[in-house]
Design a protein around this ligand. Structure first.
Ligand code: 4AZ
Length: 330
């Protein structure tokens, strides 16, 4: 009897997972109010397919790691899709990643499969839209230069008012029937947290697109009058701002919003460069960050030793004191 009940439960779980799968595989919306990216631009922006159809955008943050949205990695989806968010990941073989092409058909792209999917372990804990980050490990290191996540010490580059660049393969209108043939790019100002909190207050129904704003794990960008925004399919794509030296830094990743480009409803982005999401990324891909300003960068290649290394004392034989984590397979 007990065995039968377990069998029925298993079947229910499998059916629920398959339904979630079918719903989550429906492509989301692209950038509204932007223009097509020029060939050769934004090579690190990834076009991510899930279960054979276009699903999400992402950013190459290290030779082997592409960052996308938590809800693009979670097998169970997001509350904004009417589904239960969990860190249970899609199996790696379901993903395809294209880099280095502005074309949706991937002409000329560097193509990858995925060998590991890490959904932020806190993706479940907030309202299903916080910690909206997944890291995809590529089969082989990319030959394309990654975009670096900003240093904590560069915080002023993502202050309210900063003009950010958004890019993605998503739809160009809220009700578009499909994504455009080319990656779109636009600029939107970062808003204050207070403005975003009033646009996405807590305590509302989370069944609609309106999740609530969490300033620790989210930031917002958009014009008060709307008109320019990320949309379905841009999820996981980059929000970039220029560092002091003019290089673009990755500051946030497209997460959700109430529709697309509506007045008073800015786009909501996962806050990558500080707080809990930064800590999650640092645990997986520590080389994804630009060095803190003022930190002396180690010279490339071997580090010259200024002082001769002291000889180890013979009587100290304790092993393993500085044992390092097992290196990841490369
Ligand atoms: C989406 O479904 C999506 N306007 C991404 C961003 C926004 C809305 C929807 C923000 O992928």
């Amino acid at each position: 009897m007990a065995a039968t009940r377990v069998g029925v439960m298993r079947r229910i779980i499998v059916v629920a997972a398959v339904c979630a799968f079918a719903l989550a595989a429906t492509p989301a919306a692209a950038i509204v109010g932007g223009k097509p990216a020029q060939p050769g631009q934004f090579s690190y922006v990834a076009n991510i397919s899930i279960a054979g159809s276009f699903g999400c955008t992402g950013s190459l943050i290290a030779p082997r790691w592409v960052l996308t949205a938590g809800h693009c990695g979670s097998l169970t989806g997001a509350l904004s899709q009417g589904l239960l968010p969990t860190p249970i990941a899609w199996p790696p073989p379901f993903y395809g990643v294209q880099l280095g092409s502005v074309r949706a058909d991937g002409q000329g792209a560097e193509r990858h499969s995925v060998i590991e999917v890490r959904v932020d372990s806190d993706y479940l804990l907030t309202n299903g839209t916080g910690n909206d980050v997944t890291l995809l490990e590529l089969d082989t290191p990319s030959q394309i230069a990654p975009v670096k996540i900003a240093a904590v010490g560069e915080r002023r580059i993502w202050e309210p008012g900063a003009l950010a660049t958004i890019a993605g393969f998503g739809t160009t209108a809220e009700n578009a029937s499909g994504p455009p043939s080319q990656m779109q790019v636009a600029q939107v100002p970062i808003t204050t947290d207070d403005y975003c909190a009033s646009a996405y207050p807590s305590g509302l129904s989370t069944i609609a697109d309106d999740g609530s704003f969490d300033p620790q794990t989210m930031l917002c960008a958009g014009y008060p009058q709307g008109g320019t925004d990320t949309c379905q399919g841009d999820s996981g794509g980059p929000l970039l701002t220029p560092a002091a030296n003019g290089e673009l830094r990755l500051v946030a990743a497209t997460s959700f919003g109430a529709g697309c480009a509506q007045a008073g409803k800015p786009g909501v982005y996962a806050r990558l460069a500080e707080g809990p999401i930064r800590r999650f990324i640092a645990g997986v891909a520590p080389d994804a960050f630009v060095p803190e300003p003022g930190a002396t960068a180690p010279p490339s290649g071997t580090t010259p030793r200024l002082k001769p290394k002291p000889k180890p004392k013979r009587h100290r034989t304790v092993k393993g004191h500085t044992r390092r984590h097992r290196p990841r397979r490369r």
